[in-house]
Design a protein around this ligand. Structure first.
Ligand code: PAF
Length: 279
């Protein structure tokens, strides 16, 4: 496994591979990332992982400074995954003095996480565009848990004709349903227990759908009711949206629906999502 910090060295190392899958991460790896690494190897035969806590996707009041980091542990996990190339750029490698170009994806960034976190997806699209240009992977792998991020990146790759195939891996969950996330580490033991409410709310709405309910508002209410019963939870939003446009649905039709939510558990803001498709 080669661990590389500079763009020039990375490009030289990359030249040894044909098909290459990239798993972009912010480190503090968990099974969700490792399942994408395995999927990348199965699809491409060779895997690159980037580890970069990207400052431009954090708001001024957000957790950039305290975002969990443990490079040694990450390297251990990647070595046994296994991984061929690891790209660990510094902030000044990615954003040198004079850096002035940003990638703005309109429409799908203006709702949900984009409305709650202004500028977040500009930072995500910019850094992912840069990583795709540096790594030049044939495929790039993202988790379904960050469902809106997936739509934003798919839109950017399509609109800018980037020659990479975007592959989406399933959300990896703890045995009690909590979606794996580096931010779960912020939760105290009682908060960790309470955090299962996100998945319980998604499943409750999914069950209503299975029973034949199609009204978006009825499913949003079901999720609210489950979340409201958890004293440590404060709901930021719940959504039943078109999976491509991310616009709220009055009724779920042939397009299916993306159920998603952001919920504060104590001071930790967690997101989760579940895709409904026509049975
Ligand atoms: O999902 C993440 O970890 C980040 O948003 C990403 C895609 C690595 C960009 O910084």
């Amino acid at each position: 496994m080669q661990v590389i910090e500079t763009i020039g060295d990375f490009r030289r190392a990359r030249a040894a591979f044909g098909r290459l899958g990239l798993v972009p991460t912010m480190g503090y790896l968990h099974e969700g990332h490792l399942s994408l690494v395995r999927q990348a190897r199965a699809t491409c035969g060779a895997v690159a992982v980037s580890i970069f806590v990207n400052p431009t996707q954090f708001g001024p009041q957000e957790d950039f400074a305290t975002y969990p980091r443990d490079t040694e542990r990450d390297m251990r996990l990647l070595r046994s995954a296994p991984t061929d190339l690891v790209f660990v750029p510094t902030v000044s490698t990615m954003y040198p003095q004079g850096f002035a170009s940003l990638v703005e994806v309109a429409g799908v960034t203006e709702v949900l996480e984009g409305a709650a976190r202004p500028g977040h997806f500009r930072g995500v699209a910019t850094v992912v565009c840069k990583l795709l240009n540096i790594v030049q992977p044939t495929h790039a792998f993202f988790g379904q848990k960050d469902a809106q991020q997936v739509v934003v990146i798919q839109t950017m790759v399509r609109d800018l004709n980037l020659p990479t195939e975007v592959v989406v891996g399933p959300t990896v969950r703890e045995p009690d349903g909590l979606a794996m996330s580096s931010r779960n580490t912020y939760l105290s033991p009682p908060e960790r227990q309470a955090a299962t409410v996100l998945y319980r709310a998604l499943v409750a709405a999914q069950q209503r759908y299975a029973q034949g309910v199609r009204e978006g508002e009825a499913m949003r209410q079901t999720m609210h009711q489950v979340l409201d019963r958890e004293p440590l939870a404060r709901t930021d939003y719940v959504s039943v949206a078109d999976p491509r446009t991310l616009q709220e649905l009055d009724a779920v039709g042939d397009q299916g629906a993306l159920l998603s939510m952001a919920v504060f558990i104590g001071t930790t803001r967690l997101i989760d999502a579940l895709l409904l498709s026509e049975p």
